[in-house]
Design a protein around this ligand. Structure first.
Ligand code: SF4
Length: 309
C-alpha cells in the first residue's frame, strides 16, 4: 500500500517554511517517494539532499543518540560507563564521516549519513572536523558529570515517561509531531527535558516547549501547573537544568503561532484533504540569499538553474 503524504506540523517544518517556501516544497513534497532508488530523478535527488546534515546538526544528533542509548540502558538496569559511551560516539562519527566522504548516502541515504559540507565541497579543515568530534565528546562528558545524571541513576525508572520517542497529537485538524528528549514524573509533576548542544535560545525554544506542554497535558491528562520544562545545556562544563516558564499564556502564544503557521502552509495546498501542493511557482524563493549558502537543495534549486543529473 502506498504511503500517504499526510499534512503535519512541527517546529522544524515551520522554520523551514519561514526560511524559504521553495526549500519547504523540495523537502516536504518534491522528495516524496525518493526513498525508492527507482523513483523519478528529482524525487530521488531531493530525498538524498533532504537527508544531508550540516556539522552542527550532526553533532547534536549524535550526542542525542548516545544519551538516548545511555538512558534506555539505565532504564533496563544497566549503567553504561563513560568510556563506552565515548567510544560509541567516536565510532559513530568516524563511520558517518567515512560514508559521507565516499558519498555512500547516494546509494542508501537512510543508513549512510551525508554531510552538507562534503556534498557541497565546503572547505572545512581537519582541525575543524576534530573540534566537532571533541566538542561532542565534551557534551557527553558534561552530561555524565551533571547532578541530573546522578539523580537519574537513583530514580525509580517506573517514573520515566519518554526517551526520545516521536509522538503526535491533533491540533486544528493537523498532526503535530513532537519529540521529547526525556520526560519523567517527579513529586506529582511531569518534568520535560530538552538537551541542547548549541546555544540556549529561550525565545526560539518557547514554541517548542509550548507544543511539548500541549502534548503532555493531552497525553497524561494533567493541568498546566503540573508541568515543568527544562533546557539542559550540554556544552556547559557543569550543566544545570534551566527551568522555562510554563503557563496558560505560553500555551496561548504557542497555539497562536502554530495556528498561523498551519494556515500559511495550507494556503499553498491545492487539495487540503489530500495534502497536494499548488504548482511549485507558488512556493517563493527566500529573499535572504545568505540562507542559500547553507541550503541542502542548492544544486536542484531553480533559482540557480539547478540541474537534475
Ligand atoms: S537555494 Fe535558496 S532559494 Fe533555493 S531552496 Fe534553497 S534557500 Fe530556497
Amino acid at each position: 500500500m502506498a504511503i500517504e503524504n499526510v499534512f503535519s506540523w512541527s517546529k522544524s517544518r515551520a522554520e523551514e517554511f519561514h526560511e524559504c517556501q521553495r526549500k519547504y516544497f523540495y523537502n516536504r513534497y518534491a522528495s516524496w517517494g525518493g526513498w525508492d532508488k527507482s523513483a523519478p530523478k528529482e524525487a530521488r535527488m531531493a530525498y538524498v539532499l533532504k537527508n544531508l546534515k550540516n556539522r552542527w546538526a550532526w553533532k547534536g544528533e549524535t550526542v542525542h543518540h548516545v544519551i538516548e542509548d545511555v538512558l534506555k540502558a539505565l532504564r533496563n538496569g544497566q549503567t553504561v560507563p563513560l568510556e563506552t559511551a565515548l567510544s560509541r560516539l567516536t565510532e559513530t562519527m568516524r563511520r558517518n564521516y567515512r560514508s559521507s566522504k565516499s558519498k555512500k548516502n547516494w546509494d542508501d541515504p537512510k543508513n549512510n549519513l551525508g554531510l552538507f559540507e562534503h556534498e557541497y565541497e565546503k572547505p572545512v579543515s581537519d582541525t575543524v572536523w576534530k573540534e566537532i568530534h571533541d566538542s561532542s565528546a565534551e557534551c557527553l562528558k558534561n552530561f555524565y558529570g551533571s547532578d541530573l545524571y546522578e539523580e537519574l541513576k537513583a530514580d525509580d525508572k517506573k517514573s520515566w515517561l519518554v526517551i526520545e520517542d516521536l509522538e503526535e497529537f491533533n491540533f486544528n485538524d493537523a498532526k503535530i509531531y513532537v519529540k521529547l528528549d526525556f520526560a519523567r514524573r517527579k513529586n506529582d509533576k511531569i518534568e520535560i527535558f530538552d538537551w541542547k548542544t548549541g546555544k540556549n535560545d529561550s525565545d526560539a525554544a518557547a514554541v517548542q516547549i509550548g507544543a511539548y506542554v500541549m502534548y503532555a497535558m493531552k497525553k497524561w491528562n494533567v493541568p498546566v501547573e503540573n508541568i515543568r520544562a527544562f533546557l539542559f545545556n550540554l556544552s556547559a562544563p557543569k550543566p544545570l537544568a534551566n527551568e522555562q516558564p510554563v503557563s496558560e499564556a505560553l500555551i496561548r502564544s504557542a497555539a497562536e503561532i502554530m495556528s498561523g503557521s498551519i494556515r500559511d502552509m495550507r494556503e499553498l495546498l491545492e487539495n487540503l484533504e489530500k495534502n497536494i501542493p499548488k504548482p511549485r511557482e507558488n512556493f517563493a524563493f527566500t529573499k535572504n540569499e545568505k540562507l542559500c549558502n547553507y541550503c541542502n537543495f542548492y544544486k536542484i534549486c531553480e533559482k540557480y538553474n539547478g540541474v537534475i543529473k
